[in-house]
Design a protein around this ligand. Structure first.
Ligand SMILES: [Zn+2]
Length: 79
């Protein structure tokens, strides 16, 4: 490949930045209902749900979605 040392360095930095266990918003939203349910029940998070929790701490959009869903489910459970 025609990469010079500088390009190789940048590629390596990109790879190091992206951790395997990170999920995107699509994955986060797909598992959101389960995550809310488990967090309301207070049972232990699976690895997949822990990733969602981690995503929520870094993503304001998903975090907002989570707050809304949690509110809805809590109201449903109380009525
Ligand atoms: Zn997100």
């Amino acid at each position: 490949m025609g990469l010079d040392a500088d390009q190789v360095q940048r590629l390596l930095a990109m790879v190091a930045d992206t951790r395997d266990e990170e999920i995107d918003c699509g994955h986060c939203l797909a598992g959101m209902a389960e995550f809310v349910e488990v967090s309301l029940l207070g049972t232990e998070l699976t690895e997949a749900l822990a990733r969602i929790e981690e995503h929520l701490t870094t993503c304001p959009e998903c975090s907002e979605e989570y707050a809304l869903l949690r509110e809805l489910l809590r109201e449903g459970a109380n009525s």
